[in-house]
Design a protein. Sequence first.
Length: 534
Amino acid sequence: MLQGNIMTGFLEQALEYKVKYGFNVFPCGKDKKPLVETWLPYQTEKVEDRQIIEWWEKNPEANIAVVTGNISNLAVIDIDSKEGETCLLEKFPEIDLVNNPVVDTPRGGKHIYFQCQDEELRNGVNTIKGCDFRANGGYVVAPPSISGTGKQYVWKNPLTANRNILPSSYALYIKSSNSYKQNVTQNVTLFQKGTRDNDVFHTGHQLKKAGSSNEEIRQTMYLIGRSCNPPLQDAEIEIKYQSVIKFNERKDMNITEFVENWISQTDGAFTIVECNKSVTQCNIASQNTNLRMIFKRLKEKGFISKFGEKDGYYVRVDDKADDIDWLTAPTDPINVVYPLGIELLFQTYPKNIIVIAGVPDAGKTAFLLNFVRMNMDLFDIHYFSSEMGAMEFKNRLSKFRGINLEDWKFKAKERCIDFHNVIQPNAINIIDFLEMSDNFYKISGYFQEIHNKLQKGIAIIAIQKNPGTEVGLGGYRGMEKPRLYLNMDRGKIKITKAKNWRTDICPSGLCLDFKIVQGCEFIVSNDWYKEGGK
């Protein structure tokens, strides 16, 4: 959870905004001005993780700007002063400053974060005395950014994915305000002073997306730029043209990287159409043409080859195989124990991946903390949490009966992405939980990265599961690497997959009913059984 500190660095915070909350972000300076050539495309297109990493690796101390509007499902009320807060709450008492994410700004104001998916909502200035508004076409500076005076943006109320929806009464009010109408009018008056730079760039960018040649884009941008009011100089137009080309070259590079990653995690034959749907989430002719060029280059490199006689079908060329030292390999399992007696059905070996897929509030964290308690005296345990901070850990652990807080023996760490970089190869690693907001097909790749880091240790990974589904996010592809795969619904656990049987009886398909007391103690209702009595 973000708490407005800079201990983990701006890059990790920027990635957390993107991965955990779906916000588009870009770097900005202490003067709030963007540190990118243009941020206009990111009002309508998702920024890539690799682009975020590239930005902050070049400028690690850059502040974090969050794009508002539909692309981030975010609207922000910007309160400049105490007087502004008073005016706002007098007019709209339904606005909640207690249970909604709120940022304290360096100048003594507040940013209130809301959900917003209204395409008509744009920025408004002084819509209520002392209050501005940011939606489509805007951005805000987010914690843990630091102003030019050295003061920091800090979360007064922590950011959550379940923030309130912008009150409809407030939305209707600002749409009817004079300052809002004036701002909207200015934004739709194209190629005029104040908007011409962005308008010319946007025109070139859209032409590039539509498949126009570079020379066609250049000529069109020069024609429009010279016709603006007032006209742009040729040198200014050339800079914008080069920005369009560089931006799209960088985007093409990212698409190539994503295509290679998607292919590396795909078994059997696949098509360009399947790749297009999975990687780019759009199915337009220009994008298919781009993918065909990428596939052609990958075929020339020997990364893929044609499959069969039908056009567009390929398979991955995999000519590498690691040696398996079976002769000197240990045969003894790791004698860990599990809640609910699962160790009586399943044997755990070094490098094993164990997955717990559960619906919200099914008891995943309770299962993992019980596992810690049952094994911490014999094993080195590292618990990586993407949600719980120190206070929540303390509260959860204090509810366990028969053990004092100081008697717990494990290392709790905050982490939300790139878990393979922090895996302890010879220890027990618990990930609570591996978060994903899109591109669920990548989950098998994440499991593989974690598996590659393990030596004598194991990893137990919690993931989310949608109610009524048989497996967690990532589908059946996420079941390839784990040796034990558990599904948790409220009051029920199922062994969906178990490869290392403890007995001659296959545990896969066994279910157990339970209750959870105080969020930590499992009370079993019956013996293991198979659904349908088979």
